[in-house]
Design a protein around this ligand. Structure first.
Ligand code: C2O
Length: 562
């Protein structure tokens, strides 16, 4: 069970304990939460501002559930912004109504209104997270989801003594929505963040951070499970603990083959569970997070820190510094990703699709469209297969379910309009993208392979891609252009890592496979908020199957109207 060292919210942690204890004896249970969307004043880096929160908390409350539970989370919106919440990584079988992305599976919850997300947690266990899925509000509206294994099912690794959620985030001194709006007006990337945070706190390397430092107390000789979430908007992050190796045991709520490492890499959207042994000289050790960036784009490169503190060591002891890979250490990243393998045990098999019914090849590009009111007369955009996705005015899932015409077209192309040398010299001409609300229709239960290919339109860059409603297997990845005749021979079809968000390498490609057995409308997008906003997104419409339990469930009565 979760026990926090120096939690910032001890009272609420205690409440959760009581809550969990009530259900500990039963099998599948119903867990209920109330999320009040509230504006709250907080201060970091000597700057105070009003932020949007859940229940006044930053980061928001952790949702604790057990595999098999039904979960009811009533969200009441008291803020001035429209709101929707996504339960990132939960598969929501037949139940896109509870998935959360605004204008994809629901209309947003308007000020003064409520909506109850009602879903089952089936066939998944581990760490996931929830976040606002509208505008840039997830900067402060986010929190962890802990799915404990079903009663009587142990972890496939030694039971840790205690566990701790570590939520990595990004802080701006100014109002994030103002920054986003300004960027859109100018047609340029908005200001980057002023700090990264660990459990909402930047740590002692920043001014005014004495009380804004997260510390976790450990007992010598004990093993701890850290549940690490990257909730930052735009930065892939390295994370390390001074003097302590970590053993990776799970990513995106799927068990992995355990391996030891000095640092991990977590992209926005991803989660990583690691075991840490408190086996060093009792003292104080920095935990640190800093971006990975191997492309020529500006990034907030400051290091957030927290403290791993052995019990009884006074706060006056200087913590030991943590070693992180260099910000552009591509080699570390490639070798780290190589080590990520599905556990693939009899109990937790990797059911990789071996045959492919549908081959998709999507190019990722930046672009530039005319914008008379923007500073340069152009607006920076992003696209998949040269299409910048345009958000509809009503939810796509409703439009699909009720057969409403004119909301989207189901003609998203399976390949780019014209092949080119995707990763050659930077391409700076013909950067215009086409715009549309175009989706790709997928037959129920078909197996899909999608190759995501980065391009050098304007610049190469790495992109963490997230698919809603599914996990997928990362069967292959490489640098340069994907070769359909050559590269599939090197795929890992035995124990590829299974996850919901994968980094497409800078100037490279990644191939994923999944079985389309979850009917609905499922968003797929780059999880860098900057790029999502620029149109680096699309949706799959997975058709209903023939069976009575293979169709989209009817919409709930309280589904928000547009
Ligand atoms: Cu965590 Cu559509 O996102």
């Amino acid at each position: 069970m979760s026990v926090h060292g120096k939690s910032s919210f001890p009272r609420i942690t205690l409440l959760l304990f009581g809550f969990l204890a009530c259900f500990a004896a039963s099998e599948a249970a119903t867990k209920k939460y109330q999320f009040d969307i509230q504006v709250k004043n907080v201060s970091r880096l000597c700057h105070a501002k009003a932020i949007v929160t859940v229940n006044g908390m930053y980061p928001g409350p952790t949702v604790y559930v057990r595999e098999g539970d039904r979960v009811l989370i009533n969200v009441t919106n008291h803020a001035q912004y429209n709101m929707s919440i996504h339960w990132h990584g939960l598969k929501q079988y037949r139940n896109g109504w509870a998935d959360g992305p605004a204008y994809i599976t629901q209309c947003p919850i308007q000020t003064g209104n409520s909506y109850t997300y009602d879903f089952n947690v089936t066939g998944q266990r581990g760490t996931l997270w929830w976040h606002a899925h509208i505008l840039w509000l997830r900067a402060t509206v986010h929190g962890a989801i802990v799915v404990m294994p079903a009663q009587g099912t142990p972890f496939p690794f030694p039971q840790p003594y205690r566990e701790q959620t570590i939520v990595l985030g990004e802080w701006w001194n100014a109002d994030v929505e103002e920054i986003e709006k300004r960027g859109n007006q100018l047609g340029l990337p908005p200001n980057m963040s002023d700090a990264h945070t660990i459990n909402g706190k930047p740590g002692p390397l920043f001014p005014c951070s004495e009380k804004h430092t997260f510390a976790m107390e450990v007992e010598p000789g004990k093993t701890y499970l850290l549940r690490i979430v990257n909730a930052a908007l735009n930065d892939e992050l390295f994370f390390a603990i001074a003097g302590h190796n970590m053993t990776v045991v799970e990513v995106d709520a799927v068990y992995t083959k355990p391996f030891a490492t000095e640092s991990i890499l977590v992209a926005p959207g991803q989660t990583t569970n690691v075991l840490v042994q408190a086996n060093r000289v009792p003292g104080r050790y920095f935990m640190a997070a800093r971006p990975f960036i191997d492309a020529p784009v500006p990034v907030d490169n400051k290091t957030a820190t927290a403290i791993l503190q052995y019990i009884g060591i006074p706060n006056t002891v200087m913590p030991a510094l943590a070693q992180l890979p260099a910000p552009n250490d591509t080699a570390f990243v490639l070798s780290y990703n190589q080590k990520l393998r599905s556990l693939n045990s009899p109990q937790f098999p990797a059911n990789v699709p071996l045959n492919v019914d549908r081959n998709l090849f999507y190019t990722i590009g930046l672009g530039m469209n005319p914008c008379p009111t923007c500073v340069n007369g152009t607006r920076v955009l992003a696209s998949l297969n040269n299409i910048s996705f345009v958000m509809p005015q009503v939810g796509l899932l409703q439009a699909h379910y009720f057969g409403t015409k004119g909301v989207f077209t189901a003609d998203f192309p399976d390949k780019p309009p014209t092949p080119f040398n995707y990763t050659g010299a930077p391409l700076t001409a013909n950067l215009k993208t086409s715009q549309g609300t175009r989706v790709s229709k997928i037959a129920f239960n078909s197996t899909v392979e999608l190759v995501l290919q980065d391009t050098n339109l304007l610049t190469v860059e790495s992109h963490p891609f997230h698919l809603h409603g599914y996990n997928f297997f990362v069967v292959g990845t490489g640098v340069g252009n994907f070769h359909p005749a050559k590269d599939p021979a090197n795929y890992n079809l035995v124990d590829p890592v299974e996850r919901n968000t994968v980094g497409v390498p800078t100037g490279g490609w990644t191939a994923i496979r999944f079985r389309a057995d979850n009917p609905g409308v499922w968003f797929m997008h780059c999880h860098l908020e900057l790029h999502t906003g620029w149109g680096l997104k699309m949706a799959f419409v997975v058709e209903d199957g023939p069976g009575p339990d293979q169709t989209i469930l009817p919409p709930p009565a309280d589904l928000p109207p547009c």
